[in-house]
Design a protein around this ligand. Structure first.
Ligand code: PLP
Length: 433
């Protein structure tokens, strides 16, 4: 596989960029080798600077649900560009997108647009604290909610329950109000509630996507809803990944559960930086300028980003690709399992809607500790073989693969072929050991 130009850019980029990237996962650290630099993308395909073409299963970590540069979306962006890029004043586009978002999530009367998922989550936490007057929050190990201090708590291993910061530069005080529970384990939440009387919120990825894809049991998610309601604790569903992806109404529609505060990102911007948090009037009226909880942003509700979001959601609603996503993801799951079986590779595959993950382990993956049983060396081999055979994957065992509505039958054939070749290589390495 020719990666000369990527290598050249990677070397050049080191001088003025940290690790030559602007987000750490792009550095390919967990799979080794040189990160691929991208030149362009269209539909289901992405092309690197050396001219290698891949079927894109990363889709910018989720936003590109229609594939790259959908005609109608691009038209709206171009139209918007002619009017100006940002005004520092409100536009009709914000109202339009807000209506679309609130209509999709029944528990949401009002929404506030921000610039990223991280911003959406940190604002939602502040809002929950303002509304309840309580300080503590419960998060689940293995769930990622962006890089806000309070949620950068070591997830997994023995440290997880100690509320120790998971990053240098996060003071102990910033995470002392963060309690860690286990995904799919209601008892671990109940315990915290019994021991603490000042919990503002429980925050969860309703379908976990940051420890690989892990589906919540109905008992867990419905139990979480009932328990928080009973105790006057707000339930924050972080749908940055799942919003408009699991279903048009997100994981909430798919699972039949309603959040007190919903966090959104990725798909609502269609590839431009947009995040959002929303809730009932009663909760949202706490936010400035109506209420005492302050939150602001120079570029929030940016007109081009709004235009892209509106066009993406309109097209998504029209296409209604969710059944087809499920079918295609199921097909990929079958391909993976059949190939692993043929070559004696221990593999579990979790898929939920248009998110899918192969885990190189023989244990069923239901939470962070079972996800940790994966053989990451096998993933590394698999990853590079898939790349060599034209499938662009997230460079981590624990990142979900995403589907776009542009994914064709031909792409699926290419994926099948790549899986078979890659699985043989994984199996060969296992035998050599
Ligand atoms: N929440 C979830 C569930 C995410 O998956 C992510 C990012 O992947 C975030 C929050 C943070 O979003 P952003 O990277 O836009 O800040």
């Amino acid at each position: 596989m020719k990666l000369e130009k990527s290598i050249e850019l990677y070397t050049k980029g080191q001088k003025n960029l940290v690790g030559a990237v602007n987000s750490p996962v792009r550095a390919f650290k967990s799979v080794g080798g040189v990160p691929v630099f991208i030149d362009h993308a269209k539909g289901s395909k992405i092309v690197d600077v050396d001219g290698n073409e891949y079927v894109d299963m990363v889709l910018s970590y989720g936003p590109m649900i229609l594939g790259h540069r959908h005609e109608k979306v691009e038209k709206s962006i171009k139209k918007g560009l002619k009017k100006g890029y940002t005004f520092g004043a409100s536009t009709n586009k914000e109202i339009k997108l807000a209506k679309m978002v609130c209509n999709a999530f029944p528990g949401m009367d009002k929404v506030r647009f921000v610039n990223s998922g991280t911003e959406a989550v940190l604002s939602a936490i502040r809002l929950a604290r303002a509304y309840t007057g309580h300080n503590k929050i419960i998060k689940f190990s293995g769930c990622y909610h962006g890089h806000t201090d309070a949620l950068l708590v070591a997830a997994g291993s023995g440290l997880a329950t100690l509320s120790l910061p998971g990053s240098a530069g996060v003071p102990d005080e910033a995470v002392k109000n963060t309690l860690i529970a286990e995904f799919n384990n209601l008892e671990s939440v109940q315990k915290h509630i019994e021991q603490n009387n000042d919990i503002a919120a429980v925050i969860v990825e309703p379908i976990a996507g940051n420890m690989g894809v892990v589906e919540p049991s109905q008992e867990f998610i419905q139990g979480l809803r009932a328990l928080t309601k009973e105790k006057g604790i707000l339930l924050i569903l972080d749908e940055v990944m799942t919003g408009f992806r699991s279903k048009f109404g997100g994981a909430q529609e798919l699972l039949g559960v309603e959040a007190d505060i919903t966090c959104l990102g990725k798909v609502i911007g269609g590839g431009f930086p947009v995040g959002a948090y929303g809730a009932s009037d009663e909760i949202m009226n706490m936010v400035a300028p109506l209420g005492a909880m302050y939150q602001a942003g120079t570029l929030s509700g940016n007109p081009i980003a709004m235009a892209c979001g509106i066009a993406t959601l309109k097209e998504l609603k029209k296409q209604n690709p969710y059944k087809s996503f499920n079918k295609k993801a199921k097909k990929i799951k079958e391909m993976l399992l059949a190939s692993a079986d043929r070559h004696g590779v221990a593999l579990q595959v979790n898929h939920f809607g248009s998110m899918i993950n192969p885990f190189f382990t023989d244990q069923e993956v239901t939470d962070f500790s079972t996800a940790q049983t994966c053989n990451t060396d096998s993933f590394k081999i698999f990853f590079w073989q898939m790349m060599e055979n034209g499938v662009f994957l997230p460079p981590s065992q624990f990142e979900a693969w995403f589907l776009s509505s542009a994914l064709s039958k031909k792409d699926l054939k290419k994926i099948e072929r790549a899986i078979e070749i890659s699985m043989v290589k994984v199996s060969e390495k296992q035998t050599k050991k």
